[in-house]
Each structure stands twice: as structure tokens, then as C-alpha cells.
Design a protein around this ligand. Structure first.
Ligand SMILES: C[S@@+](CC[C@H](N)C(=O)[O-])C[C@H]1O[C@@H](n2cnc3c(N)ncnc32)[C@H](O)[C@@H]1O
Length: 391
């Protein structure tokens, strides 16, 4: 059986369908677990090994892909369980302390977006970044802390989506907003990407109402020499500066704060909006519809439905305002269920289509007894632009 696993794993590595292997339950307790993932290098792939130690540290090393299957079969002897994930199969190796061995094979695992993307990560998980060390994502050796792994993936994935939009953005001198920035992980990463990777001049405004966090981030930016970062403490409903915004970002702005983010981005003519909403509560308290009662009478389903309708209506309104909109699940739901991203790019959409979208929007809201904040925030803008055909 082990020979069969080695053979299948060899094939998976050769055709690029190996996703991950995890060894856990070390018999002599010298290692907590070992995780193996394929990692892109200039001259091909290696298998990166992360050995998580009982003292919280992690040791990094690399294996030759050609020798990895045999290597894994050997070191798995020291662990109770080894799980292998490939696109075409999965395998679980179970061992007892006395050496009894059981191997079972299962169906393949779809490579999650995050794994596919890992090969093209903008921030290399094996490289040290001063801003990530300062923000407490990496330790001083550049290892991403265990509890920050999903944050790291989230930022990296967000950065990749930003990188896909670069051609729609001005070449230099751009203004970016990160609204409800919290600890500003994303702002620092975006700033690093534009200034240090692309060598473009940007100013990024980071806004949040948490005073201590904003103060701390401003100090980090000063120490890092990230002089194009500006920090504003306040409520985004009250304190946004009168500045244009070519790129507006928001990661998990709570409830109607996302409506404020989207409507302000539209009003200020943002070319690209990337927003991952969360805590969509507003509609759940408004929605009434006899046709949907079979769903609405179940509180959990009502909440889920409200979330979907909230974001769908936001997309419709963005379209009515002249944005091409796509929604994507930008990270693995195992990292966080809040993984929806609304991506909107300003484009030419004929007035007739925008009006039709707005009519449809109004009709849906009426049928649901809903009055979303985003619509109210955009009222003046829509009246002027859609009636006057100025978009
Ligand atoms: C879930 S956290 C997300 C933080 C950050 N974007 C991230 O993903 O790490 C939401 C943040 O939104 C901020 N926030 C919520 N409503 C706000 C408002 N109306 N004005 C300013 N900040 C707000 C909170 O203070 C909090 O830091």
C-alpha cells in the first residue's frame, strides 16, 4: 500500500496536482506537526516543509520534488497520521505506536483558490517583510505566526486581486483609500506593493474609528518610512477627507459601513473598488415578503438570505452607477466564511442599461419592503447622474 501511495504521489508531483501533506501526532513529541506544500521558485518547484515545534517556533526547509514521495513515506513512520491531498486523490496513513499501518485512499480535493494562488503569491511566505514583522504577522525571522496564517493568506490574495486591476488604474500619483482599515494590514501591504514592488507613487488614506490602533499604525508607517500613508481616526460616515480616490479598498467593513464605502467610492469616481463585506444585518431587520415566508420563518436561513440579497443589491446599484461588477470567493472558506469580494471597475455602460438596473433594483427593494442604506446614500448622485446622463 505504501508503495502505491509513493507511486501516486510521485505522479501527482510530476503533473502539478499535489496540494499538501500534513504529518500529525508525532510519536516522540519532538515536533507538533509537519506541513508540506509545493512552492514556486525561479527554476521550478520545491516542496516547502514547515515543522511546527512544541515551543511555538517553526523550522523551514525544502525538499527535492523528485525525492519527496519517498521522503514522506519514511518520515510518516514517526507520526500517527499523515494526510496527503492531491487534486486526483487523497490518502490517509494511520500508524500505531507498535507499527501497525493502515492506508486509505479517497477522492481528489479541488485545489482551493488560495492554494492555486500560492504559486503566484506577491508576498513570499518564506521571505521576511519588515512591515509584517511590525504588524505582528511574522516573527523577526520572517516566519508567519500560526495564528496569523489565515490573515497572511487573506492579505496576499487581496493583493493579487489588486494586482489584477493595475492596468485600470493611473500610472502614478494615485490616491487609495482603505476604509475601516483596522490594524491596516491591507493598507501596508498595498502600499508596499505599489511603492516597493511596482515603484509607483501612491498616497493611501487609512480610516478607522479606533484611536489607539490608528495611532499605532501611524507610528509603524513613520518607522518604516512609508511616507505616503495617512491615518485618519474617525467614523467613515463623518470624517472622510475631501479627496479623490482612484482605488477604494475595504476588508470586512461592518454592516452598513460597507454601504458607506461603496457609495463614497462611487461619488468620488473611483476607478476600482474592492470590498469584502461582513455582518450584513440591515436587511434582516427589514425584509418582509409573503413569497419568501417559507425561508424567512427560519431565522438562520433568513440571515443567510439577507446576506446574499444585501450583496446582490449592492452589485446591482454599482452597475447602475456605471461599474462592471464581479463577485468572487477570494479565500478558502475554511480561513473565514467572510470571503466574498465585490470587485467593481468603472466602465462605460449605456444609460439605458443603467436605468434598467436601477428600475430592477427599486422593484426588488419594494417587493422585499427593504430600504438599504447604500440606496439612500446614493440618492442625490443617482437622481442627478441617471436622470441627467452624466456618468
Ligand atoms: C472587522 S474589522 C476589519 C479591520 C480590517 N479591515 C481588517 O480586515 O483587518 C472592522 C473595522 O471597521 C471599523 N469600523 C466599523 N464601522 C466603522 C465606521 N463607521 N467608521 C470607521 N471605522 C469603522 C472597526 O473599528 C474595525 O476596525
Amino acid at each position: 500500500m505504501m508503495q502505491k501511495l509513493v507511486q501516486k504521489l510521485d505522479n501527482a508531483i510530476a503533473d502539478g496536482t499535489f496540494i499538501r501533506a500534513v504529518c500529525s501526532g508525532n510519536f516522540d513529541k519532538t515536533v507538533k506537526k509537519s506541513v508540506f506544500t509545493p512552492s514556486k521558485r525561479k527554476n521550478g518547484y520545491v516542496i516547502a516543509e514547515e515543522r511546527f515545534m512544541p515551543d511555538g517556533k517553526a523550522l523551514h526547509s525544502f525538499c527535492d520534488p523528485d525525492k519527496f514521495a519517498v521522503y514522506l513515506s519514511e518520515i510518516s513512520a514517526g507520526y500517527k497520521q499523515t494526510d496527503v491531498f492531491c487534486q486526483d486523490f487523497t490518502a490517509t496513513v494511520l500508524r500505531s505506536k507498535k507499527g501497525a499501518l493502515h492506508i486509505s485512499f479517497g477522492q481528489g480535493k479541488q485545489m482551493p483558490e488560495t492554494e492555486k494562488q500560492e504559486k503566484n503569491y506577491i508576498l513570499d511566505p518564506h521571505k521576511k517583510y519588515d512591515f509584517l514583522v511590525m504588524l505582528g504577522v511574522q516573527d523577526k525571522n520572517g516566519r508567519v505566526y500560526d495564528k496569523k496564517q489565515s490573515k497572511f493568506r487573506q492579505i496576499n490574495r487581496f493583493l493579487e486581486i489588486v494586482s489584477d486591476t493595475v492596468s485600470s488604474l493611473p500610472d502614478n500619483g494615485m490616491t487609495v483609500w482603505d476604509l475601516c482599515c483596522g490594524k491596516s494590514y491591507l493598507s501596508f501591504a498595498v502600499y508596499y506593493y505599489f511603492r516597493r514592488v511596482l515603484n509607483k507613487d501612491i498616497t493611501i488614506y487609512c480610516v478607522d474609528r479606533k484611536e489607539d490602533v490608528i495611532k499605532e499604525c501611524a507610528e509603524y508607517a513613520r518607522q518604516l518610512g512609508f511616507d505616503g500613508m495617512r491615518f485618519i481616526c474617525g467614523d467613515i460616515f463623518k470624517c472622510l477627507p475631501d479627496k479623490p480616490a482612484e482605488l477604494v479598498l475595504s476588508l470586512h467593513a461592518c454592516d452598513i459601513a460597507t454601504d458607506m464605502v461603496l457609495s463614497e467610492a462611487v461619488k468620488r469616481g473611483a476607478k476600482v473598488i474592492l470590498s469584502s463585506p461582513c455582518c450584513q444585518h440591515e436587511l434582516a431587520s427589514q425584509i418582509k415578503s409573503p413569497e419568501l415566508n417559507y425561508i424567512l420563518r427560519e431565522p438562520v436561513l433568513k440571515q443567510k438570505l439577507s446576506v446574499v440579497i444585501t450583496d446582490a443589491l449592492r452589485c446591482r446599484l454599482l452597475y447602475a452607477c456605471g461599474y462592471k461588477v464581479t463577485t468572487l470567493e477570494f479565500i478558502d472558506p475554511e480561513d473565514t466564511p467572510k470571503n466574498l469580494m465585490i470587485r467593481a471597475e468603472k466602465t462605460y455602460i449605456p444609460l439605458k442599461l443603467r436605468r434598467a438596473a436601477l428600475d430592477e433594483y427599486e422593484m426588488i427593494c419594494k417587493s422585499l419592503n427593504a430600504a438599504p442604506t447604500m440606496r439612500a446614500l446614493l440618492d442625490g448622485f443617482l437622481n442627478e447622474r441617471i436622470k441627467g446622463d452624466m456618468i
